[in-house]
Write a protein that binds this ligand. Sequence first.
Ligand code: CS2
Ligand code: MN
Length: 363
Amino acid sequence: MAMEMVFRWFGEGNDSVPLKYIQQIPGVKGIVWALHDISAGETWTLDRIHEVKNIADQHKFNIDVVESVNIHEDIKLGLPTRKKYIEAYKKTIENLSKVGVKVICYNFMPIFDWVRTDLFKESEDGSTALFYEKSKVENLKPEDLANQILENKEFTLPGWEPERLKQLAGLFEAYKNVSEEKLWENLQFFLEEIIPVAEKNDIKMAIHPDDPPWPIYGLPRIITNKKNLQRLLKIVDNPYNGLTLCSGSLGANPSNNIPEMIRDFGDRIYFAHIRNLKRFDNGDFIETSHKNSDGSLDIVEIVKAYHDIGFTGYARPDHGRHIWDEECRPGYGLNDRALGIMYLWGIWDSLTKVKEGASYVGN
Ligand code: CS2
Ligand code: MN
């Protein structure tokens, strides 16, 4: 038994990496996908879902994991209009179950998804990677930060959909009334509506942690640490309410102990995002290769924790650096993510061999 390795792919014409290359990465069983052109709050139609399924079938990939079905801001804000967006979300869950989707990854971050200040920060070895400079975030106005991230014109970035960001000023105004506690209430309301539908359709909801795991621009962020993950699992205590455990998102805060979380939340983790990053004393961080000695996270311990709990859920390498002159979406090239997968398999298979001794012949 092993973790089920999957690879994020943004769709035909929307990704620099062809599926036939992904097929050649050892042990990848499925693609992690989404209908990136559909706005939050709209239903994903069966026709559109089938288009992706047909392409995946041609390459013998499963489409078990969707990342993400985004949540409309009105749901996070708790506005009366949330009702219709929640109904659309339920319909999407039903449609996804018809093609056998097993896990939906989503997040509950107000306005901004992940935040970085430089998408191509150069390292000494000439590679580039996503970088977060704390003082820059503190000194930039939100609209300037958004513009900087949107400057990457080649691809639209998931979580940074231009149509949403056009309403930035209005959204900031609306969030003035949303404290952390209010955001928890709105999340609970959403989950109480959604989880029974997910259960009926046998799809696990797997919330992605906030990235970085602290508030920015006075906006509340709540999926940030162990205590809050515990709270999340309790507010609707049903196995269909689960986690995407993202080592890199949570790991930007040095007090988050990822291996401990894996051991404690084990059976409620449906999707593992495994990547490394290097933290600096001033609060900055840069994404690195998966190798232990390159970053601040102990990837070996993280994989060991998954191995020890007998994790058979979905796992992906999350982001990679940009290496060997590859031109790709920020964080989502082929080369470094493929290297990351081989590092993860190397650790996993070694642990299996140690555990099973000479009888090990592979999975
Ligand atoms: C993150 C997010 O894991 C990631 O790549 O950078 O964009 C993530 O996809 C969403 O927050 C999940 O909803
Ligand atoms: Mn992640």
